[in-house]
Design a protein around this ligand. Sequence first.
Ligand code: UTP
Length: 301
Amino acid sequence: MKARVTKAVIPAAGFGTRFLPATKAQPKEMLPIVDTPTIQFVVEEAVASGITDILIITGRDKRSIEDHFDRNLELERRLASAGKTTLLRNMRRISEMAHIHYVRQSEQLGLGHAILQARCHVDNEPFAVLLGDTIIHSEQPCVGQLMKVHERFGGPVVGLEKVPLEKVSRYGIISGSRLAPRVYRLTDLVEKPEPAKAPSQLAIGGRYILTAEIFNYLERARPGKNGEIQLTDALLAQAQVMPVYGHHFEGIRYDIGDRVDYLITQVEYALRRDDLRRQFEPYLKQRMRLLAKASPRRNRT
Ligand code: UTP
């Protein structure tokens, strides 16, 4: 079924164990990239793609997400009286971007289970899913690219990114038949394959367009690794019965839940900012020179 996608679901209820202790009492999705919480980039991508209604799946210790997208009248008064009008406008914009709703996942039983919590809200409409801990830097908003493929082919669309062969064992990797440039019909999904056994280098990249049928497959999915209900298992079951598409999107993906990716994201986003690059770039260059000087010595020892 082809229909315009206006709703998005952002799962943000996970424990974030890879980022402890920072995530012990605060959401991983609120970790800042320079000065902006990760989940704000995710909401901005959804809005730039034409989404008007967003459901965030939250859980215990996630209240700061709701506070972030709500107005803070005291702060607004303070900024107004200090004449900080640009900052005031930016703060108000955060709470006016879209209709944002929340539902709690009371037990963290995996991404598939988190998406099941959205069933009542999305009703029978197709909907976008954007992982709350994943930012995609692209010219065209990533989930908007997937929406175009959905408009053309109908059915669910999984966002794909090409990863280096030595890294395929970190991802869910697909195999599929090519239908159009960068568009595939999925035939298989393999979780974390050895490089020699990987069916492709196309990894599932944190963005999806799903249709209401997914809920039936999620309900039937058996808990997999760590006792979690996996979205990929449900999608694979769906792909046996009806077409599920993959779109190799244009853009760079940053997984904020991974510490090295998080560090890389900070550096990349700081260098993209005109107000920071001038001070930050000379520091990085100097640091690189020092590293280059130190490494021959390190190699000798
Ligand atoms: P991850 O696979 O990164 O899991 O979730 P996690 O539990 O958050 O992190 P680690 O692996 O323990 O470090 C991907 C996205 O799905 C959400 C997370 O909040 C994250 O945005 N998620 C995951 C849920 O909403 N509920 C879950 O039960 C699991």
